[in-house]
Ligand binder design. Structure first.
Ligand SMILES: C[S@@+](CC[C@H](N)C(=O)[O-])C[C@H]1O[C@@H](n2cnc3c(N)ncnc32)[C@H](O)[C@@H]1O
Length: 213
């Protein structure tokens, strides 16, 4: 595949996936606004300093359920999403800045955040682009910053209806994270308390190691 075609394929992956969210923004909000993700928020915040308001990027913030929570807890969250409808909804719901950016075309400042929270979002990044995007998130974190991710588990990549996904188990996820300068400090499967084959989600808390250059 030529680089030109490769870029066209990646553009198509982003635009079809984002169109799906854009078209279904209201129903997505109704279906997810009451999801209990307190275990994820606690696991993320427990890895960060407790005594100060934190600069948090909610990567793929959707309609803003979690930036609203981070703000209510006294932090300074910023949302990021490629869906215009979600950016608007998240801003209206939380009052927080929401960046309209696509995962494959990020424009984030170096050392901007104490933590990046990626709930159900990183799996939308095609495998060939994941190292680059993780390196950009690493760069946007302050030294010792924390990346939280929660993704559906599996060993597959491709389309599920109109959404593109890359599904990984722990070993593969860990290899990508380590390659991009992260050290895993904690992981768990969700929902809590179920047998492993009934836990479709893998949550990982990792620390951005300082780069040598
Ligand atoms: C499964 S939803 C999760 C939303 C939210 N974090 C939550 O937990 O409800 C995935 C989110 O990633 C966003 N997204 C998917 N692909 C994207 C891309 N290429 N660039 C930017 N945002 C993207 C979608 O718009 C959507 O908000």
């Amino acid at each position: 595949m030529s680089i030109k075609n490769d870029k066209a394929v990646l553009d198509e992956i982003e635009s079809i996936t984002l169109d799906h969210y854009e078209k279904n923004a209201e129903s997505f909000w109704l279906g997810t606004r009451d999801h209990d993700v307190s275990q994820n928020i606690e696991a993320f915040l427990q890895a960060l300093p407790e005594d100060k308001p934190l600069d948090i990027l909610d990567f793929g913030c959707g309609p803003g359920r979690d930036i609203h929570t981070f703000k209510a807890l006294g932090h300074r969250p910023v949302g990021l999403d490629g869906s215009k409808a979600f950016c608007k909804m998240a801003y209206e719901y939380s009052g927080c800045i929401t960046l309209h950016q696509q995962f494959l075309k990020l424009d984030l400042k170096k050392d901007s955040f104490d933590g990046i929270y990626a709930n159900a979002s990183l799996f939308h990044i095609p495998s060939q682009e994941l190292p680059r995007v993780l390196a950009e998130l690493h760069r946007a974190l302050r030294p010792g910053g924390i990346l939280f991710s929660s993704n559906p588990r599996g060993n597959a990549e491709g389309w599920q209806g109109e959404r593109y996904g890359h599904y990984m188990e722990l070993e593969i996820s860990a290899a990508y994270l380590q390659q991009s300068g992260f050290k895993i400090i904690h992981h768990y499967y969700r929902p809590d308390g179920k047998p492993c084959d009934q836990q479709p989600w893998l949550a990982i808390v990792s620390e951005a190691l300082s780069s040598s250059c």
